[in-house]
Design a protein around this ligand. Structure first.
Ligand code: BES
Ligand code: ZN
Length: 883
């Protein structure tokens, strides 16, 4: 990824003029160009002599011609920034290889050979955290997508499956624990050194390879599978972290059990290891039998982790575990098929979390993520289908579209098929493609055959980008309700024209008088427009549509406010109830921001919202987790999404004004709710989690309406807190306010947790996401804090991702927020390109921001584009964003 190693400069040792150094037009890889690899690699043996700043890698590949591919005399072994110190074919040293950029090409005369290659790498200087790197004195790997080629020359593509036998050796004192994929088959000692040999019986692509070496301790347990096999489970962490691993272990056991019950999937090795590392680009990685996790998604106890953190640990542990089938046993043919494993596995982790906790609340959270992360992607310059057609850097395509929209697309199939038939489809998929590198088409075909659906037209969801817009019109004729639905799929980059897609919409028609409906129905809108008639309605009913968020679309309809109030109070679908509440608030805010509200309309609108909110605050039948969802205001991003072009300053002002008004109108109800919730003692049960959620929401409303009182109450909550959720919630509110409590509590929090990196991350993030007017200056100062470093992705994200996601700071009127993110991208790009590139999309939204700010956003993108040395990752994102 480093520009010193572009294709024209394979060894990275030739000085070139700056202009020539631009990776201008790194090649575009196209899905239609896929060809099977000319060789199979049935077996791979690797010997690692481990050292922090020098690791020697000796690999031996058995290669045979692939009868199913075009015959080619050469074999391409990918490399990235490595040099071969020795190359042998069938035991004989050879210099008859050529370099094509970073790749090593060998011409092989026969149909079967053994290739042996030696490389030397320096893990300690690997700041990209791809390939083999050092973290806190330990060694670990991250290979997906193309990191394996930083270890050794290899056909580093997911359709080349090989059986790995790995020997690791190194100083015992430094690396007492040696882990790799599969099972440990032998160990030994030699002087100060020791070694271990591992064998993974399951053929896998190189991206699933992993090794870990370091001074680690384990929380060990076991799981008995549905067929009575005993599996050893370990969660490996650094010494002092052991006491925070129990939740991860419990989550792992629940995941294993759930996958047996919900999908009939049994674990297939005798050992399952999870290792937590503190320097990690992503959340976690599903390497076969050896999952590597960001510490953030392993370590949790009530004193240091919030309820949200506990849920995230469970969800991510589930996700990576579920990949063992959806990803590892069946992997992807090429990276265009990424959603095959990621979209499906996200759906699986969502369903798991739904089953472990409150299903409606989890559904609402997932929709919120989709709307705030995926919808903006789908309506901006980086829009792409869930199965992209081309890329320059695959790391840029681990997106909310591939993941979250990908999950929604599969969820729609499940909705149309029904749970049982969907299960027949997935059973067939697992059975039919086990051991293969498959495509999205293979998946769809299996669901089609197994579930008995016709998905011909539905396949458009894989190829068309853009969030469909559904228009809804309900009228009444005689005793019939007449529903007219229409759909359009917006233009996206490279896709000017779209076809209608099948959109499954769950709906119910409520009788106004009784408040009941006669059953939920599913209509699948598969044309540009369609009309549906429902008999037996003497009066016009109230329509509840896209219940459960049955399709990832935006719904446009003119619905009278009193009907939204009705649905917010009585819809029996919790998601629809939430949706009605959101619609009420969004409708009001969009009108307010647009300046089209008369004083009377403004008053009427906020009164209706307050009445609906009052009903929610006082509804004794609601649990507090759900109540918290219903109390949550639409995010600034989601409000902005409703407008073609928006002014972030105005949205912020109107949103805060509504918050303040609700806070003051409903002050009595909110404080009564707080008082009730406060009496519930700490536990991890839903009731107590709900209580904590509504308490902090009340504080947030109070902060807008009565800052002095809010500061007092927040300080009180902070002081009394016996858990991180309450403490962080209180501090979050205080951080947005002025005054001595802000300073005191921020200092107290830092001093209390200064040794705990994950909690210090929260301390940075809270300040970067605050509503304080001086947030930009705060972030600038925090960047100079001794605990801040660009070398740790968690720390970078805690300060700058939090800031970039804070419209109030990022969109500061003078453009200072944009400049800070521009500076960050330029400084971070040479250190960690993958992480740097992830900061580009926020700047890329410029087209939909008012012209003054848009110009300043663009200016930053242009400044980055002109930088002399840019990674492929950042280069691609910046050029696409400038468009
Ligand atoms: N396979 C990915 C990890 C990954 C992502 C590797 C990008 C290389 C590049 C893993 O299964 C994953 O999806 N992790 C998510 C968390 C998950 C719960 C959605 C992540 O790391 O954010
Ligand atoms: Zn994944």
């Amino acid at each position: 990824m480093d520009i010193a190693r572009t294709p024209s400069n394979p060894d990275g040792n030739i000085e070139m003029a700056d202009a020539a150094m631009q990776p201008h037009d790194p090649p575009e890889i196209r899905r239609e160009d896929y060809r099977p690899f000319a060789w199979l690699v049935p077996e791979t043996r690797i010997d690692f002599e481990l050292g922090l700043d020098c690791t020697r890698v000796r690999s031996r590949l058995t290669v045979v011609r692939n009868a199913k591919a075009d015959k080619s005399p050469t074999i391409r072994l990918n490399g990235d920034g490595i040099t071969a110190t020795s190359v042998k074919v069938d035991g004989e040293p050879t210099s008859a290889f050529t370099m094509d950029g970073d790749d090593l090409l060998l011409t092989l005369p026969g149909d079967a050979h053994e290739i042996a290659i030696e490389t030397e790498i320096d893990p300690a200087s690997n700041s990209q955290l791809m390939g083999l790197y050092a973290s806190n004195g330990m060694l670990c790997t991250q290979c997906e997508s193309e990191g394996f080629r930083r270890l050794t020359f290899f056909p580093d593509r997911p359709d080349v499956l090989s059986t790995y036998t790995v020997r690791m050796s190194g100083p015992k004192a430094q690396f007492p624990i040696l882990l790799c994929n599969g099972n440990r088959v032998a160990t030994g000692e030699k002087g100060e050194d020791h070694w271990a040999e591992w064998h993974d019986p399951w053929p896998k692509p190189s991206y699933l390879f992993a090794l870990v070496a370091g001074d680690l301790v384990a929380n060990t347990d076991s799981f008995t599978t549905m067929n009575g096999r005993e599996v050893e489970l370990n969660v490996w962490v650094r010494e002092g972290d052991l006491e925070r691993t129990q939740h991860a272990m419990d989550s792992l056991k629940r995941s294993m059990k759930w996958d047996e019950e919900a999908f009939g999937r049994e674990y297939d090795l005798d050992l399952f290891n999870i290792v937590a590392v503190s320097d990690f680009n992503m959340g976690a990685m599903e390497n076969k039998g050896l999952n590597v996790f960001n510490t953030k998604y392993v370590l949790a106890d009530p004193d240091t982790a919030t309820d949200g953190d506990f849920d995230a640990v469970e969800g991510v542990i589930g996700h990576e575990y579920f990949h063992n089938w959806s990803g590892n046993r069946i992997t992807c043919r090429d990276w265009f098929q990424l959603s095959l494993k990621e979209g499906f596995t996200v759906l699986r982790d969502q369903l798991f979390s739904q089953d472990m906790g409150s299903a409606p609340v989890k559904r609402i959270e997932d929709v919120r993520i989709l709307r705030s992360a995926q919808f903006p992607e789908d309506s901006g310059p980086l829009a792409h289908p869930i199965r992209p057609d081309s890329y320059r850097e695959i790391s840029n395509f681990y997106t909310a579209t591939v993941y979250n929209k990908g999950a929604e697309v599969i969820r729609m199939m499940r909705t149309m098929a029904g749970e049982e038939r969907f299960r027949e489809g997935t059973d067939l998929y697992f059975d039919r493609h086990d051991g293969e590198a498959a495509t999205c088409e293979d998946f769809v075909k299996s669901i089609e055959d197994g579930a008995g659906l016709d998905l011909t037209q539905f396949r458009l969801w894989y190829s068309q980008a853009g969030t469909p817009k559904v228009t809804v019109d309900l009228s009444h004729e005689g005793d019939e309700a007449v529903l007219k639905l229409g759909q359009t799929v917006p233009e996206t980059p490279g896709q000017p024209l779209k076809q209608p897609m099948p959109i499954p919409l769950k709906l119910a028609l409520f009788d106004r008088a009784t408040g009941r409906h006669s059953g939920e129905q599913l209509v699948v809108l598969d044309k540009a427009s369609a009309e549906y008639r429902f008999k037996g309605f003497a009066e016009k009913p109230v329509l509840s549509i896209n219940r459960g968020f049955s399709a990832p679309v935006t719904v446009e309809r003119s619905i009278p406010r009193d009907e939204l109030v009705f649905l917010a109070a009585r819809d029996d679908d919790p998601f629809a109830r939430y949706e009605a509440m959101q619609d009420l608030m969004v409708g009001h805010l969009v009108a307010a921001v647009g300046g089209t509200l008369s004083d009377d309309e403004r008053k009427g609108g906020s009164e209706d919202i307050a009445e609906a909110m009052r009903a929610i605050l006082t509804d004794a039948k609601l649990d507090d987790l759900m109540r918290g969802e219903l109390m949550t205001m639409p995010s600034q991003t989601y409000i902005a999404e409703q407008m073609d072009v928006s002014d972030p300053g105005r949205i912020h002002a109107e949103r805060e004004a509504l918050k303040a008004e609700l806070g003051s109108r409903l002050s009595a109800e909110m404080h009564a709710l707080y008082d009730r919730a406060e009496k519930i003692p700490f536990s991890l049960e839903a009731e107590a989690k709900g209580a904590r959620k509504v308490k902090t929401l009340v504080l947030a409303y109070a902060a807008a309406s009565d800052p002095a009182k809010a500061a007092e109450l927040a300080a009180y909550q902070y002081e009394r807190a016996d858990n991180m959720t309450d403490r962080q919630g209180a501090l979050m509110v205080l951080t947005g306010l002025d005054g001595v409590e802000r300073t005191n509590k921020l200092l107290d929090f830092y001093n209390r947790y200064r040794g705990n990196a994950l909690v210090v991350d929260k301390w940075f993030a809270l300040q970067a996401s605050s509503l304080h007017p001086d947030v930009v200056d705060h972030v600038k100062a925090l960047a100079e804090h001794p605990d801040f470093t660009l070398r740790n992705p968690n720390r970078v994200r805690s300060l700058y991702m939090a800031f970039a996601a804070n419209p109030h700071g990022f969109h500061a009127a003078d453009g200072e927020g944009y400049r800070m993110i521009g500076d960050l991208i330029l400084a971070l790009d040479p250190i960690n390109a993958q992480t740097a590139a992830r900061f580009v999309p926020p700047l890329g939204r410029w087209r939909r921001i008012e012209p003054g700010r848009a110009a300043m956003m663009r200016e930053q993108l242009e400044r980055i584009a002109e930088a002399p040395k840019l990674s492929r990752d950042t280069f691609e994102q910046v050029t696409r964003s400038l468009g």
